[in-house]
Ligand binder design. Structure first.
Ligand code: SF4
Length: 389
């Protein structure tokens, strides 16, 4: 195998394609976004590809089905309400994907009347990088474009002994060139999906199952007995620590929720009001000092009632949750603030981190507790009226 920097010979490409397509045709996972090459629905293919980024297939399937039942076409999604779409995305994480999805749906409809059937047109839409554009182009439009995600990168780096950090521009370019050379001119979508399926199954990161791999006879890493040496392992970047001081304010069985503003953490998502605490500051003290300027709330901040840590890909979020009382009137208007019941909150977009924060701080009110609190509130009011009278 003397092709370390050159592209595989035409004969080798043909042999690999033949084996991969025969293996794909012999059976693959039946997933709701998979179609025969000629019957693919571009909107459904694209939606699945966006949802699958950084997210497991099992987590995506129920979201995908619910999402399609609510917005079955690109047109319906483009006309949807942002908050409703974000609420349907809740639990999938990486919410920028959802905002880009909406922006791209609107741009595609405005510019092309639907998803464009060209790689350049797809790449020009918000949030469609080389992988997503290549996957949609090849699967939905049968355009011979490469689509290299993490799984495909692993398979290619083993098949062709590609050294170096797979995230570096140089290695990415090499993998893209190999994928472009390998893609099938007639069934590009099936070929790309076969590579993805192989990476998600037999060619897994550790102890790949070469005995059941369709391209084992053409795999350079297997031939050299170095399958686990490819792709090169690179240390993960340590997530950046972020402390968030959060306040739980209750009233009549409801919690005060705030929609995070644009430019902050989780923009557009609802949750308990909170502030990112600068390094070295005491969370409670910072919240007391900055609540009015940072949140627009006049607050009395009490003790810390709970803390919770959530580690995301690039961030380690440490929530420090405090009991609080509003001093004076609640924030005006319904846009961005509200004392909210659990039932109403379930229709708002919220991150799973925020659901955990609410649980950790004491959870939502049960119906009986809410009735008791509401009853107590009216009794207190009655007593006060009686005293005044
Ligand atoms: S032979 Fe093994 S290492 Fe090579 S592509 Fe197949 S599963 Fe991966």
């Amino acid at each position: 195998m003397a092709e370390r920097d050159s592209l595989p010979s035409p004969a080798r490409r043909r042999a690999l394609r033949r084996r991969l397509l025969a293996w794909w045709d012999a059976g693959h996972r039946d997933l709701p976004w998979r179609f025969p090459q000629r019957a693919a629905d571009p909107y459904r293919v694209w939606l699945a590809e966006v949802m699958l980024q950084q997210t497991r297939v099992e987590a995506v399937v129920p979201h995908y089905r619910r999402f399609l039942a609510r917005w079955p076409t690109l047109d319906s999604l483009a006309r949807a309400d942002d908050a409703e779409v974000l609420a349907a995305w809740s639990g999938l994480g990486y919410y920028a994907r959802c905002r880009n999805l909406l922006a791209a749906a609107r741009a595609a409809l405005g510019r092309h009347g639907g998803l464009p059937a060209s790689l350049a047109g797809l790449r020009a839409l918000p949030g469609l990088g080389p992988y997503t554009a290549g996957a949609v182009a090849s699967i939905a439009f049968a355009i011979p474009a490469p689509a290299v995600d993490g799984n495909v990168a692993r398979v290619l780096s083993r098949l062709f002994l590609v050294p170096g950090d797979p995230r570096s521009p140089k290695v990415k370019a090499r993998l893209a060139a190999l994928a472009a050379a390998l893609v099938d001119p007639v069934r590009p979508g099936d070929l790309n999906q076969a590579l993805m399926e192989l990476g998600a199954g037999a060619c897994r990161p550790r102890r790949p199952q070469c005995a059941r791999c369709p391209v084992a006879p053409g795999c350079a890493a297997r031939e050299e007995g170095r399958v686990e040496a490819f792709p090169a392992r690179v240390p993960r970047r340590k997530p950046v620590r972020m402390v968030i001081a959060v306040v739980r304010v209750e009233r009549g069985g409801r919690l005060l929720l705030r929609r995070a503003p644009a430019g902050g953490l989780f923009p557009g998502m609802w949750g308990l009001p909170g502030l990112v605490v600068p390094e070295g500051e005491d969370p409670a003290g910072y919240l007391r000092r900055r609540a009015e300027a940072g949140l627009g709330l006049r607050l009395s901040v009490g003790r810390e009632i709970a803390s919770l840590t959530r580690v995301l890909t690039h961030r380690r979020l440490e929530f420090r949750i405090h009991a609080g009382k509003l001093l004076g009137a609640p924030p005006k208007g319904t846009d961005g603030w509200g004392f909210t019941s659990e039932a109403d909150a379930s229709r708002l977009p919220a991150t799973s981190a925020m659901h955990r924060v609410i649980e950790a701080s004491g959870g939502w009110f049960t119906a009986s507790r809410r009735d008791r609190d509401t009853k107590k509130g009216s009794e207190d009011k009655q007593k006060a009226l009686t005293r005044r009278g």
